[in-house]
Design a protein around this ligand. Structure first.
Ligand code: ADP
Ligand code: AMP
Length: 213
């Protein structure tokens, strides 16, 4: 099962992708997590990506596409994967389709987690991310057992630099301009499924499971 998560920044793509990955035993591939890991390790890729991420802009397609194409070709992705945060532009979607077509393969589902812009700022300002494992929580909606500490690994939780309101606004503009056209792209391919992302996280997940099974 090859799944793409679509939706605005903060719509809950990562939250749902983790649940899908656990239930169906497939890898969760988040380009944002890959970039953040590279930033933490101080790699060249991380240094380049950070300059765009800090401004709320997209990292250029040429720095993202090969990375994902290589990742989905790994052994653990043979039975499927859930892509979170990729593709984010039409050229990225076309590059993914072309790479999969070469292997006689294709994306099965593009799931759009639909959340209006009004809810996004609140989601992002309350988001807390684990510096160690990338786990994501919300201070009000999805709190940890102990404040500031990741339930999964005990790591420290932080507010991401790019979750500050001024950057979030820019990211939303970028989403509408560059990523939202993917909704039409996957509608035309007849694999788009839309779920209401404003309801409780487990209700969103139930809708997704319903689509996948
Ligand atoms: P994305 O990966 O789309 O950027 P996240 O999965 O990180 O979004 O979710 C953004 C924020 O919203 C996080 O703080 C997360 O805990 C919270 N969140 C996710 N799903 C829901 C939901 N259904 N209801 C309320 N808050 C949610
Ligand atoms: P995310 O964790 O998915 O919210 O991504 C955080 C940031 O990483 C984005 O705002 C972009 O700057 C960058 N990024 C992640 N995925 C991509 C992608 N597919 N294309 C371009 N930039 C990306």
């Amino acid at each position: 099962m090859k799944i793409i998560m679509l939706g605005a920044p903060g719509a809950g793509k990562g939250t749902q992708a983790k649940l899908i990955a656990e239930k169906y035993n497939i890898p969760h591939i988040s380009t944002g997590d890959i970039f953040r890991a590279n930033i933490k390790e101080g790699t060249e890729l991380g240094k380049k990506a950070k300059t765009y991420m800090d401004k709320g802009e997209l990292v250029p397609d040429e720095l993202v596409v090969d990375l994902v194409v290589d990742r989905v070709a790994k052994d653990d992705a043979k039975n499927g994967y859930v892509l979170d945060g990729f593709p984010r532009t039409i050229p990225q979607a076309e590059a993914l389709d072309a790479a999969l077509a070469k292997l006689g393969d294709k994306v099965d589902y593009a799931i759009d987690v639909d959340v209006p812009d009004e809810n996004i700022i609140n989601r992002m300002s309350g988001r807390r991310a684990c510096v160690a494992c990338g786990g994501t929580y919300h201070i009000v909606h999805i709190p940890t057992k102990v404040e500031g500490i990741c339930d999964a690994c005990g790591g420290e939780l932080i507010l991401r630099d790019d979750d500050k309101p001024e950057t979030v606004k820019k990211r939303l503009d970028v989403y509408h301009e560059q990523t939202q056209p993917l909704i039409d792209y996957y509608t035309e391919k007849e694999i788009l499924k839309t779920v209401d992302g404003t309801v409780d996280m487990m209700d969103v997940f139930a809708s997704i499971v319903n689509i996948l099974s």
